[in-house]
Design a protein around this ligand. Structure first.
Ligand code: AMP
Length: 317
């Protein structure tokens, strides 16, 4: 299986939703990404955790097709995030962020990691994202995520990272905040101008939109709804799980043409839809390939349009 290199946070999350809460649960952008992408490709995870990182969590990641050679256990505490959701599950409120060991993290890639072609720069300090990318010899496809925390505090650094990124995967509120544009087409156009030729905007329960600019500057758009779910427990990690399915699929098939990117958006949506069914990574822990395949087929069926009767523009009576 072709490998993907991911850098991001590995965290203990404390999360409250209207349906329950989880305290100090395994989370982090790189964790969700790796477990999700691990269904499609081999993942090499680059991050740091503290001395408090639990042995059982290390073993769980190891058991998921994830190479942990780049996961460093250093002195200090693991990254902590405390968040809350109201009934609008699209709106995550950050109550506390403690970077802990990630504040001083200086990634140093092994020779094997430097050769990897698919790179995902998960939500993390844009400077660390750049440090990782600079060490990769010939990256073929680089995707990146970020969030309000980094947009607010490290805007110029983030723009510097984006210059070397092919695909930005970002949620709608963050796309608006990053570009100061309320319209998502304008927002995507602005992001294209900064570097990424492809922009995937995640819209929570409303699905995802993908924009791609061609050499003439024309923009192609692809959109899907989210998989309709009656019970959503915890949206934490949905974005990273989406990115894992998206990049995992592309690395797995070894393609990045428009048709494959469209399929990748659907696989991303499928993976995210499973993740939100339970707290933390609980749903991904027992997810099967058969379930993924079935939901992908349902997705295709749900969005198919058949021209039963051909519509004629001049057929008014
Ligand atoms: P999302 O997929 O956007 O829901 O990402 C949720 C994950 O991002 C949580 O598991 C958090 O641990 C992690 N996270 C939250 N804030 C940050 C941050 N500032 N930098 C890196 N990771 C973060």
């Amino acid at each position: 299986m072709p490998p993907i290199l991911v850098v991001g946070s590995v965290a203990y999350d404390t999360v409250k939703t209207p349906f329950g809460e989880a305290s100090e649960a395994l989370g982090g952008s790189a964790t969700y990404f790796s477990v999700s992408a691990g269904f499609f490709a081999h993942v090499s995870l680059v991050a740091a955790v503290g001395q408090d990182f639990k042995e059982e969590d290390w073993r769980f990641l190891e058991s998921r097709n994830i190479d942990l050679q780049g996961l460093k256990r250093v002195d200090g505490k693991t990254f902590r995030w405390v968040g809350e959701y109201g009934y609008d599950l699209n709106d995550a409120r950050t109550l506390d962020t403690q970077l802990n060991v990630l504040a001083e993290f200086q990634p140093n890639l092994s020779d094997a990691h430097r050769d990897i072609k698919h790179v995902f720069l998960g939500n993390l300090d844009p400077k660390i994202q750049r440090d990782v990318l600079a060490q990769v010899t010939k990256p073929q496809l680089v995707a990146c995520d970020t969030m309000n925390y980094w947009i607010n505090g490290h805007f110029n650094s983030l723009l510097e990272t984006l210059r070397r990124v092919d695909i930005l995967i970002i949620n709608d509120a963050e796309a608006r905040q990053l570009t100061r544009e309320s319209n998502l087409i304008r927002a995507a156009r602005k992001i294209h101008g900064w570097g990424p030729g492809t922009v995937v905007v995640k819209r929570g329960e409303y699905g995802a939109l993908m924009f791609q600019r061609d050499v003439q500057g024309r923009i192609s758009v692809f959109g899907t709804p989210a998989y309709p779910l009656e019970d959503i427990f915890d949206p934490t990690g949905a974005g990273d799980t989406f990115a894992g399915g998206f990049m995992g699929y592309l690395a797995g098939v070894g393609r990045s043409d428009w048709a494959s990117l469209r399929q990748a958006v659907v696989f991303g949506s499928v993976m995210a839809s499973f993740n939100v069914e339970k707290f933390s990574l609980d749903r991904l822990r027992n997810l099967t390939f058969t379930e993924i395949e079935l939901r992908y087929k349902e997705f295709k069926e749900m969005t198919r349009i058949d021209d039963v009767v051909e519509w004629q523009p001049d057929s008014r009576v």
